[in-house]
Design a protein around this ligand. Structure first.
Ligand code: PLP
Length: 452
């Protein structure tokens, strides 16, 4: 009897026809006109590679979009989703429940930082950010601090695209098209100080004092601040690493002033910085923590908010009988997402992905910093398996240089990500040293070619 072998994914990808119509899909965060003129289509993925439908192999230098931390098409995750789909596709979690949503939450709190042991399921990082802000407001009200309605974010922060996340976010281009934002929002200064910290490896020395700006905001707003939300490492703005002592100081000040501290760990969660969560790596525990991306290895959309029992108990026990928190999504705790999350978490444990990331970090750091003397490179920043390579913007054409480097990388077989004039790298945590070498060779060649 002939054995039936699965076809290689690369071949299946190469057989995927190019869509006839590129017009109907209004693409997110995309130069639609440019893309549709010269599309970049990924049709298959496996391990640390993508495959295009014209048969090319692309090394994934960004774990998709900072999310496929365990590599692509992991059989364990794929099979878990299939098994769950055979048993139950969907069940509501409003006034109802299903076992796997509880199982996944109970498993997740074994990984979250100590004390963060209540899980609210969402479907994305944006929803997690807005949920976290609503939990903070509800908590302050429940504990008799109803005047605390103000939310503080940080310049250059990114917390997704809901109105809450957009308002506390601090990237101008994400806000200015829309006019109306949440009221009662203020921002801390960002922590980027290249005049002191350029080419620092790991956490830079200078900048703990940026957290002291919270004292000024408290002076200004009194006891009306409910929460401060920051990314422990700001990813989407171009990889800003927290200065030594900065997050510690923020923790101190928020506690002192009765303000909740929220860490948005949508990027830094799930072993990216060499521990399960960035707060473990950076030694600071928030009151509320958001996550998404690596939670399911991106195989099914899912996000989550982890909060302390004290927050859960305060909101729950002070509520009138009945529903305690008027918030939730149809797909909160979706069975397929929970199946994917359980399988992904098991991979992180069984393969010690935090340890793998930690082991590779010095090699990765040496490799990316070897680009220091390349033309137009003005800064390189790294922590865990994240790096940002900042380019001198072209006069009068911001973002042009990095965008062209990104395009050249794609053409030569490497997926990178750019924001502004920074090229960001966040490879799957299952990268080997040889993959790091190839990634940095291709990126270096693209940077040199772009300067020629
Ligand atoms: N928060 C952070 C820190 C992020 O990096 C992102 C996405 O990159 C989000 C929130 C939004 O997540 P999503 O795109 O899943 O809504």
């Amino acid at each position: 009897m002939n054995e039936i072998r699965p076809r290689p994914i690369k071949d299946l990808a190469a057989e995927t026809p190019r869509p006839n119509n590129l017009d109907a899909f209004w693409m997110p965060y995309t130069n639609n006109r440019g893309f549709k003129a010269t599309p970049r289509l990924l049709a298959g993925a496996e391990g640390v590679h993508y495959f295009t439908n014209d048969g090319r192999e692309i090394l994934d230098g960004t774990a998709g979009l900072w999310c496929c931390n365990a590599g692509h098409v992991r059989p364990e995750i794929r099979d878990a989703i299939k098994r769950q789909a055979d048993v139950m596709d969907f069940a509501p979690t409003f006034q109802m429940g299903h076992p796997i949503a509880f199982e996944a939450a109970a498993r997740l709190i074994q990984l979250t930082p100590k004390g963060l042991d209540r899980i609210f399921w969402t479907n994305s990082g944006s929803e997690a950010a807005d949920t976290a802000l609503k939990i903070a407001l509800a908590y302050q009200k429940a504990r008799g601090q109803a005047q605390r309605v103000r939310l503080v974010g940080r310049e250059r922060g990114y917390h997704g695209v809901g109105f809450g996340g957009m308002s506390v976010g601090g990237i101008g281009t994400n806000r200015k098209q829309f006019g109306t934002l949440l009221p009662h929002v203020d921002h801390l200064p960002h922590t980027h100080a290249p005049e002191h910290n350029a080419f620092a490896r790991g956490q830079p020395e200078h900048g703990a004092h940026f957290a002291d700006a919270l004292e000024n905001l408290v002076q200004l707003h009194g006891d009306t601040i409910a929460a401060v939300i920051v990314e422990p490492l700001a990813g989407s703005t171009g990889v800003l690493i927290p200065p030594k002592g900065y997050l510690e100081r923020l923790r101190e000040l928020t506690t002192k002033h009765g303000i909740l501290l929220i860490f948005d760990e949508v990027i830094t969660g799930f072993s990216r910085l060499g521990q399960y969560f960035g707060s473990d790596r950076l030694g600071v525990t928030p009151d509320i923590l958001t996550m998404a991306k690596g939670l399911t290895n991106a195989a099914v959309p899912m996000g989550a908010v982890a909060a302390t029992s004290a927050i859960y108990d305060t909101i729950t026990n002070t509520a009138a009988p009945g529903i305690e928190f008027f918030h939730g999504y149809t797909y909160s705790g979706h069975p397929l997402a929970c199946a994917a999350a359980l399988a992904a978490m098991e991979i992180h444990r069984a393969e010690d992905l935090p340890g793998r990331a930690r082991d590779l970090e010095p090699y990765f750091a040496d490799a990316v910093h070897s680009l220091r003397d390349h033309p137009n490179v003005i800064d390189i920043r790294n922590l865990g398996l994240v790096a940002g390579i900042e380019m001198q913007p072209r006069a009068g054409k911001p973002t042009d240089r990095a965008t062209k480097v990104f395009q050249r990388c794609f053409d030569t077989g490497l997926l990178t990500r750019t924001t502004g004039d920074t090229v960001a790298l966040s490879p799957p945590l299952v990268f080997e040293r040889g993959h790091v070498d190839r990634m940095v060779d291709l990126l270096g060649a693209a940077i040199r070619a772009e300067a020629a």
